[in-house]
Design a protein around this ligand. Structure first.
Ligand SMILES: [Zn+2]
Length: 175
């Protein structure tokens, strides 16, 4: 009797934590969407008024808007089981595979050095995960819906950094 009461309480606490996490996600996503809207408005007004801005600035604005929208989408999407759409490369069994611990390091020191905290989060999220097949027991690496989303964020973020560095370099050469 006592243990079932305890279990119910734990369940309620977990549900509360889930709700908190969900509302936090929605808040962050709303902030990102607002940021994207402001960036879009800024970009539109710049196109209309300031003819001197370079294509680097336009590209940076567009990449930034894409990054915000992608991140907001990832936060708002319904949490489906990411393992459900993973195929085994040997027997093509779909879904239900066991996650296998990966021996590779989770954060790349190079990514950490180049882009700091945010980039290394995107990088470690974008890597393929290791699974063991439920049918044939084969170990394999595969992307999940989540890691694909993170990979997109990673690519956009890297493009933003390259564009930023490129702007700096071209300014050095034109001065
Ligand atoms: Zn298999």
């Amino acid at each position: 009797m006592k243990s079932s009461k305890l279990l119910t309480e734990i369940g309620l606490r977990l549900a509360g934590k889930d709700l908190l996490l969900r509302s936090l996600k929605i808040t962050v996503a709303a902030a990102l969407l607002l940021l994207a809207t402001l960036a879009t408005l800024g970009e539109v007004s710049r196109i209309n008024t300031d003819a001197l801005s370079t294509w680097h600035q336009h590209l940076a604005a567009i990449l930034f808007i894409c990054l915000c929208l992608c991140a907001a989408y990832l936060l708002l999407r319904k949490s489906v089981d990411p393992v459900a759409e993973v195929y085994c490369p040997r027997c093509t069994a779909l879904g239900g595979h066991t996650r296998a611990p990966d021996s590779r390091t989770s954060v790349s020191p190079l990514a950490w050095h180049l882009g700091g905290f945010l980039l290394s989060i995107f990088y470690s999220g974008s890597k393929q995960e290791r699974f063991q097949c439920r049918e044939c027991g084969e170990f394999f690496h595969s992307h999940t819906a989540i890691s694909r989303g993170y990979r997109l964020l990673f690519v956009l973020f890297v493009a933003l950094i390259i564009n930023y560095v490129w702007t700096d370099i071209s300014e050095i050469f034109t001065e």
